[in-house]
Ligand binder design. Structure first.
Ligand code: GSH
Length: 238
């Protein structure tokens, strides 16, 4: 049995981490049964989630989990795509995971109304007296990470422009197709679905969220895949 280590369901999101939501989606695309366990990043081999444990074998990082599924279970997520289509799908996936993720994550932690709705809740278990200190520690740690990554150097306007360019590119690539590359889901759909589904959570109002809501094909895609693959996770409409 596969056990997926998660942050756990928050609001109506599959998981507050889009990488964890992506891994749920990969497992469901592959039709593999799995269980979930709420976990702690301090115990994760790379200090990050997702992690899966598959019959005693631990695999960390959503992309390596995908490779594991492909190798062990013989499931080619990109079956039916030619080499050029696979290259486009891979590029779109990494545009979302390695570029847009940083912008959207920064907004969630720094846009005050969204911070209050989600990240602030992670500290509910911390005793009230020390909670502000712990929150400040995390805020500083994340700001340092964003600074090192680069996204932390942009002004709000620059970040929003990059987010708009990324969302426009995704909306154009998706067009009115059922899935990113055509009639069937490919590996990159796990990323696209998970990241936009978390972004479009009705809990949020940041500039990127509002821009994403303006793309009717992205909104419809997110709702359609949620209904098809996550009937057990109901998301209210924004
Ligand atoms: N490349 C990794 C990224 C995973 C990742 O960034 N996970 C975040 C949550 S969205 C995390 O666990 N962050 C904890 C930390 O950095 O302290 C993957 O694809 O799984």
């Amino acid at each position: 049995m596969i056990v997926l280590h998660t942050f756990g369901k928050q609001h109506d999101m599959i998981d507050p981490s889009p990488f964890v939501a992506k891994t749920h989606t990969l497992l469901r695309f592959a039709g593999l049964p799995y269980e979930t366990a709420q976990s702690d990043i301090r115990k994760a081999p790379r200090g990050k989630l997702p992690v899966i444990v598959d019959d005693g074998e631990t695999i960390a990082d959503s992309t390596f989990i995908r490779f594991h599924i492909e190798k062990k279970y013989g499931h080619d997520f990109d079956a039916g795509l030619d080499a050029r289509e696979r290259a486009i799908a891979w590029s779109a996936e990494k545009l979302i995971e390695d570029h847009l993720f940083w912008i959207w994550a920064m907004e969630r932690w720094t846009f005050k109304p969204d911070y209050a709705k989600d990240p602030a809740q992670y500290f509910n278990e911390v005793p009230k007296l020390v909670r502000p200190l712990v929150e400040r520690y995390f805020a500083r740690r994340l700001a340092a990470t964003r600074h090192a990554q680069g996204v932390g150097h942009y002004t709000d306007a620059e970040r929003e422009l990059l987010s708009k360019c990324g969302l426009d590119a995704i909306a154009t690539l998706l067009d009115n197709k059922p899935f990113l590359m055509g009639a069937s889901p490919c590996g990159a759909d796990a990323t696209l679905f998970a990241f936009v589904n978390v972004l479009l959570s009705p809990a949020f109002r940041s500039p990127s969220v509002m821009m994403a809501r303006g793309h009717s094909n992205i909104v419809a895609y997110s709702a359609r895949l949620a209904a098809q693959y996550f009937p057990d996770y109901k998301q209210k409409r924004a």
